[in-house]
Design a protein around this ligand. Structure first.
Ligand SMILES: *Cc1c(COP(=O)(O)O)cnc(C)c1O
Length: 234
């Protein structure tokens, strides 16, 4: 009897094609920037999603952590869904390792954050308050897909208020399929996007963080710091 395990898309197994690709991948030391397979993955994903650069990391948790720490410094704040992965399921890493204060907001039934509530949560420039620097969204959000129009509104809002906008796009490609758009149509609204390769996309591990040259430069330093610089990772 063949059993289909529906607990999670994280229990999917690499296909024969993926295993063959892994066995024959050209390798080098990625900490030296010399792994051709990693370099190809990073440049391909960056260009497909419309970003200047990308960084391969072991997990989605690390990818989000590096993004939050690259956008925010000690004493800064990020606005995030109460049920979002970065806030609820990543061990509080942004606070523990980044000294970044989360400002959680209740997620609405459709998976979005109420943008009025987001605006109301942005702290004025006053020494009593943490500095609000970033809004983090998730798409898909617990299986719900945020529409492209909503992402545009969130992007305008963050630009008006001088915030950066990060996407936990662990399942970006699921959202793109559901919306019937290219993944870049979702990604283009964000300053950084994290994508999981291990959620039903066939890879056994790994995530990719996309952003500007400056942001990915910071993330690369942080990746080394938290022990995520892998050698023959390709
Ligand atoms: C799985 C997941 C992550 C983290 O990925 P790991 O590789 O398990 O660390 C981040 N965000 C969302 C929405 C996820 O589903």
């Amino acid at each position: 009897m063949s059993v289909i395990d529906l607990r999670s898309d994280t229990v999917t197994q690499p296909s024969t094609g993926m295993r063959d690709a892994m066995a024959s991948a050209p390798l080098g030391d990625d900490v030296y920037g010399e792994d051709p397979t990693v370099n190809k993955l990073e440049s391909e994903l960056a260009s497909r999603l419309g970003f200047a650069q990308a960084l391969f990391v072991p997990t989605g948790t690390m990818s989000n952590l590096l993004a939050l720490m690259a956008h925010c410094g000690r004493g800064d704040e990020y606005i995030v869904g109460q049920q979002a992965h970065t806030y609820k399921y990543e061990g509080g890493g942004a606070a523990v390792l980044g000294s970044i204060q989360p400002q959680p907001l209740e997620v609405q039934a459709d998976g979005s954050l109420d943008l009025q509530q987001v605006v109301a949560a942005i702290k004025p420039d006053d020494f009593h308050f943490a500095r609000t620097r970033l809004l983090a969204l998730e798409n898909t959000m617990q299986g719900k897909v945020l529409p492209v129009e909503y992402l545009g509104q969130a992007s305008r809002l963050t630009r008006e208020h001088g915030l950066a906008l990060h996407l936990d796009g662990a399942r970006l490609y699921n959202a793109a399929v559901k919306l019937g758009v290219d993944a870049s149509e979702i990604a283009r609204h964000f300053d950084s996007v994290s994508v999981c390769l291990s959620k039903g996309l066939g890879a056994p591990v790994g995530s990719v963080l996309c952003g500007t040259v400056e942001l990915i430069g910071k993330a690369r330093r942080l990746r080394k710091m938290v022990g995520g610089g892998m050698r023959q990772a390709g």
